[in-house]
Design a binder for this molecule. Structure first.
Ligand code: ADP
Length: 352
């Protein structure tokens, strides 16, 4: 077919460019020029070729620049998050392990009766670890991680969303095992028919749902906007709530210990936990960041110059630093929002 041929030709030509370039400079990726763009593209395409040096069937009809965008911007070969980096959420971790990680590690066992559910929806307030879970799935299952924000498909890739989605799923199928994490999935699969919903965005949605049949995960802060078709495909729906008091303590301790700044007593940690009811994981991180500026500001106030400051000149972070930071960093999720999540969870969430 014509476009298939076009593609193969393009690839052959690009490889030649790459070789020529290497011959010329000895350093293929040093400069940003049309040639080095081509080299980059050739390397991306090379990486996706099978042992026979041929581009897989699924990719032949796709535009090289889209494949390249997926490989460079959306694909993350080393997501670098493990379960142990995520505070609390024991229930979610257990479900995700059984439902996604084991099947990725042992597809031979998860067949027939044990065929895994197709889509996993993580929903809940922003900043509670949904993206971290997506990355940890890939990390634990040694899978390639693809991250795409659904709103970018409808805003940045106007008119090209469908093609990009096809490229995304195409590349992912060549890099298996793969986890595709769709952020803000509500903006793609929303039930709200805005006046402006064109034929094209309906097609995008339909295509997405079809492609999704074989793949894994999505996250949303607005589950109530998912329509029935989307809900049906996201068979497992896990509520990722705000962190418990223990999880908040863990985040504080873990972040400070990493930097050798931890010297709080059990009572002081308890006080911080009592004062941070309703804070998300990401609020807690911001709080720790702000509190850890306390010792630095104090040292500088005493007249030490920043360029001469030694780490030993700074005291550990104290409860007072946190009390000050609490005035700056407020919880980002409101009570009424939490009510909406609870309600949706009761109606549509998976209990196990
Ligand atoms: P979202 O639920 O919006 O996808 P993220 O996973 O992107 O949230 O979390 C944002 C940041 O907040 C993380 O990078 C991490 O630093 C912190 N965070 C959120 N939840 C947790 C958690 N459960 N454990 C540890 N850190 C967390």
């Amino acid at each position: 077919d014509a476009s298939g041929n076009g593609f193969v030709t393009a690839r052959a030509k690009l490889e030649m460019d790459a070789r020529q370039r290497r011959g010329l400079t000895g350093s293929p990726s040093a400069s940003v020029s049309p040639q080095s763009d081509n080299i980059n593209r050739a390397m991306v395409l090379e990486m996706l070729c099978g042992a026979d040096g041929e581009l897989p069937e699924k990719l032949r009809n796709l535009e090289p620049r889209l494949i390249e965008h997926v490989s460079n911007e959306i694909m993350d070969r080393d997501p670098n998050v493990r379960w142990d980096d995520i505070a609390g959420l024991e229930h979610a971790k257990k479900c995700v392990t059984e439902m996604v990680i084991w099947p990725l590690l042992r597809p031979d066992i998860f067949k027939g009766c044990r065929s895994p559910g197709r889509g996993l929806l993580l929903f809940g307030p922003p900043g509670t670890g949904k993206t971290m879970i997506g990355k940890a799935i890939a990390g634990e299952a040694k899978a390639t991680f693809f991250y795409i924000s659904a709103s970018s498909l409808t805003s940045k890739w106007i008119g090209e969303g469908e093609k990009l989605v096809r490229a995304l799923f195409g590349v992912a199928s060549c890099r298996q095992p793969a986890v595709i994490f769709v952020d803000e999935i509500d903006s793609l699969l929303s039930q709200r028919k805005s006046e402006g919903e064109h034929e094209s965005s309906r097609r995008l949605k339909t295509q997405f749902l079809i492609e999704m049949e074989g793949f894994d995960s999505g996250a949303t802060n607005r589950p109530q906007e998912l329509d029935e078709a989307a809900r049906r495909r996201l068979t497992k729906r896990l509520y990722i709530p705000l962190p418990s008091s223990e999880a908040r303590a863990w985040i504080v301790r873990n972040l400070l210990e990493k930097d050798g700044l931890f010297k709080l007593s059990k009572e002081e940690i308890d006080t911080i936990c009592n004062l941070t009811e309703g804070y998300s994981g990401s609020d807690m991180k911001n709080l720790v960041k702000d509190a850890s500026m306390g010792p630095l500001r104090e040292a500088l106030k005493q007249g030490i110059e920043i360029t001469k400051l030694k780490k030993e000149d700074m005291r550990p972070v104290t409860l007072q630093d946190f009390e000050k930071a609490l005035q700056e960093v407020r919880p980002s999720v409101s009570l009424s929002e939490l009510g909406t999540y609870d309600q949706w969870n009761k109606q549509f969430g998976s209990l196990s």
